[in-house]
Design a protein around this ligand. Structure first.
Ligand code: HEM
Length: 126
């Protein structure tokens, strides 16, 4: 697959990730009977899992296309992105467990995404 296809897949995973995190935040704010909410929550958790996998696979595909896989140790910015990816992975549990904070997560979590984008565009030489 070409670099462009990996980039589109990477961004598709990111879009699905924030759709899922946003969905869980709204679900928490709306509340409601657990029997009613449970199947929707399950759907949101699955879409989040799929998004995390797509971001991961496409991210490593990008690294391979950019010749970073064979080049000894990875640059620090890749580890920063892995850390932010893990944070957004754990984020769904945090959002689910603190429904009253849905409004905060709705605006705070995309800032984590913006930080990952900044790292991707600038490759900070840390
Ligand atoms: C497993 C974790 C991840 C890995 C290994 C990874 C790896 C990469 C790589 C190698 C690139 C290409 C950089 C370049 O063109 O120089 C990239 C681009 C990008 N990544 Fe990631 N990434 C990961 C997670 C994330 C996450 C969680 C986000 C945001 C939520 C993100 C946002 C972006 C963006 C916005 C780009 C730029 C795409 C473009 O140039 O069009 N990445 N990523």
């Amino acid at each position: 697959m070409s670099l462009e296809v990996y980039k589109v897949l990477h961004l598709l995973g990111i879009m699905l990730l924030f759709a899922s995190l946003g969905g869980m935040a709204i679900l928490g704010l709306r509340g409601g009977d657990d029997r009613e909410v449970k199947p929707i929550r399950k759907l949101v958790m699955s879409s989040h899992g799929i998004a995390m996998l797509v971001i991961f696979v496409a991210g490593f595909g990008l690294m391979a296309r950019l010749g970073m896989m064979g080049a000894g140790s990875w640059p620090t910015w890749i580890f920063i992105k892995l850390g932010l990816w893990l944070l957004l992975g754990a984020g769904i549990v945090l959002v689910r467990r603190t429904p009253e904070m849905g409004r905060v997560w709705l605006f705070l979590l995309p800032l984590v995404g913006a930080a990952a984008a900044w790292v991707a565009f600038t490759h900070p030489p840390i």
